[in-house]
Design a protein around this ligand. Structure first.
Ligand code: CA
Length: 224
């Protein structure tokens, strides 16, 4: 897997390089936007990790030009907390995903796997955690042999949890992914939905799959 990283903060760029190389990825790093764009346009990569604020040429302009030229490269944006508008614009311009700094390298690796799977058309259509299965095409959800009736929001929430078993999703991440990008952090929307989901998914089962990480968020039980 060949990854191009366009990131001008040397420290972040070097952490990404080390983390990805440890996973066996081949990594090229560009510290300037103009050089990065030339590199992305000229050579075949499996994924581009793209910062937004860059010297030489900004990330959104790089993204726009690659998409205008129909370069099918999966692109993950790196954004700062306060770059909400840029993040939304990036998604509209055709970015495949984004990560907000600071992030754990494990998160970036998971996103890279997800976008490259999607790009190769080999998206898993069935998610499985223990005896819980979710068919993304027919939208059927089963615990063991029992079919579960979920609302679209509950389905989406469960899908996000099932996509990365063992990984904790914070309430903010869940809100961003299942609802919208701007929400009132004081709301207990997520708690309410997790409770509803638990009643359907876990109430009658000996093994509880939806775990609460106190003060942090929720996760799907890691696979045995
Ligand atoms: Ca930057």
């Amino acid at each position: 897997m060949k990854v191009l990283v366009i990131e001008d903060e040397r420290k972040i760029a070097s952490l990404i390089r080390k983390g990805l190389e440890a996973q066996g990825f081949v990594v090229d790093v560009c510290l300037r936007g103009d050089e990065g764009y030339a590199q992305a346009a000229a050579r075949p990569y499996d994924v581009l990790v793209l910062d937004i604020m860059l010297p030489g040429r900004d990330g959104l302009s790089i993204l726009r030009n690659l998409r205008d030229r129909k370069v099918p490269l999966p692109i993950i944006l790196l954004t700062a907390r306060n770059e909400l508008n840029e993040r939304l614009e990036g998604l509209n311009l055709g970015a495949d995903d984004y990560l907000t700094k600071p992030f754990f390298i494990e998160e970036l690796i998971a996103r890279i796997h997800a976008v490259t799977r999607r790009a190769s058309g080999a998206t898993r259509s069935i998610l499985v955690v223990g005896d819980l299965t979710m068919n993304l095409l027919t939208r059927e959800v089963k615990r063991g042999e029992t079919a579960l009736e979920l609302t679209p929001r509950e389905f989406s929430l469960l899908e996000h949890l099932m996509r990365s078993p063992g990984r904790v999703l914070t309430r903010v991440q869940i809100c961003e992914q299942v609802w919208s990008y701007d929400f009132d952090p004081g709301t207990n929307l997520v708690e309410v939905y997790v409770q509803r989901l638990r009643k359907k998914v876990d109430a009658d089962a000996a093994v509880k799959l939806i775990e609460t990480i106190r003060g942090v968020g929720y996760r799907m039980k890691a696979q045995a």
